[in-house]
Write a protein that binds this ligand. Structure first.
Ligand SMILES: [Zn+2]
Length: 229
């Protein structure tokens, strides 16, 4: 039922070899206990006041080689904020309709209230992802439609107030907005909570779209590769 995925599709949120993070100097915030940048500007914080990493932003032709295991912080955040498909950037067709989330199966279906840093996908891109992404291959993913996915917090580096260095041995920690730890965090991913969760059988979704439509959609997504999004 599922046509073969076009090869070489690079998800919108993927990182590239030339897109290193900038390294601004971290200082104590002047007005509250927490971290700030020495040369901080209003663009460094989100609407919740959270400090964010500074990624480089390059046009597609200058980004270098795709790094499919890496996530670009700005593109991930943008996809999450607009609930765009994380592969092809298509916005939701109907803002009131439940969104499709596709995740690696880490032990059962998507749970009510579960939190994720993985933005939604459209059905055709789910069909591409489960063919091209080794971590999501058949039998290793879970999918659900979700009615509400409000901002919950971030995944980021949490600084120790005493040593003023990031917590050792940990990569990105999940931190809820409005908590004390949020003040000590430099965010690298937006995290949402999933509510109104209904498990989805993707095979049924593919069957519903039909092979012709899926082939057309796959061609559309393949055409975006190298289009300099
Ligand atoms: Zn898509």
């Amino acid at each position: 039922m599922l046509p073969p995925a076009p090869p070489g599709v690079v998800p919108y949120i993927a990182g590239y070899s030339e897109e290193a993070l900038l390294n601004p100097r971290i200082v104590r915030h002047l007005f509250f206990p927490g971290v700030a940048y020495a040369d901080e500007t209003p663009h460094d914080r989100d609407s919740f006041g959270m400090l964010w990493v500074r990624p480089t932003l390059l046009p597609r032709r200058r980004r270098g080689e795709p790094r499919l295991r890496e996530v670009h912080p700005y593109r991930q955040r943008r996809a999450m904020a607009n609930m765009m498909c994380q592969v092809c950037t298509r916005p939701p067709e109907d803002l009131d309709a439940p969104l499709l989330f596709l995740m690696r199966d880490t032990g059962g279906p998507v749970k009510e209230g579960e939190r994720t840093a993985s933005p939604p996908v459209c059905v055709p891109c789910a069909g591409i992802s489960i063919q091209l992404c080794h971590a999501l291959r058949r039998g290793h993913y879970v999918a659900a439609r979700v009615e509400h996915a409000p901002a919950w917090g971030v995944a980021g580096l949490v600084y120790d107030p005493d040593t003023f260095t990031p917590h050792p041995g940990k990569e990105l920690e999940r931190v809820e907005y409005g908590t004390e730890r949020a003040l000590w965090t430099v965010a690298a991913r937006a995290v949402v909570a999933l509510y109104g969760v209904t498990p989805v059988d993707l095979e049924e979704e593919f069957a519903h779209l039909g092979t012709d439509r899926l082939e057309g959609e796959f061609a559309r997504v393949a055409g975006l590769v190298g289009a300099g999004r």
